[in-house]
Design a binder for this molecule. Structure first.
Ligand SMILES: [Zn+2]
Length: 107
């Protein structure tokens, strides 16, 4: 025996619609799978695809995966920008040092 999540009326285990309030009782899996969220962080593309594909079947988990993927993606882009900016700054600094060094050698 299970109960309607809308009105709380008792209903058959294999009932699809509540006889009292008429709401459908198709089970929606609201659990969030931590493994999937971690996978979404590691592979943002997977998280976004999962979000799109599972938005109806597992709305909470799909949303969590999508958000995790977006955050991971954003952090990844931010990190690559910071690293490339830092590297180009370091390279420019190194070139300046080399030029200064050469200058010192010639003069
Ligand atoms: Zn009901």
């Amino acid at each position: 025996m299970k109960y309607c999540r809308q009105c709380g009326a008792e209903m058959h285990d294999d009932a699809v619609v509540c006889v009292k309030c008429g709401c459908s009782v198709t089970e929606v899996d609201n659990s969030i799978s931590v493994g999937l969220v971690i996978l979404a962080v590691l592979i943002p593309l997977f998280g976004i695809i999962y979000w799109v594909v599972k938005a109806k079947d597992r709305p909470r988990c799909a949303k969590a995966c999508g958000i995790a993927a977006l955050i991971s993606w954003g952090v990844g882009i931010l990190l690559s920008v910071v690293i490339s900016a830092g590297m180009s700054a370091a390279m420019a600094g190194g070139m300046m040092d080399a030029m200064a060094g050469n200058g010192a050698m010639y003069y």
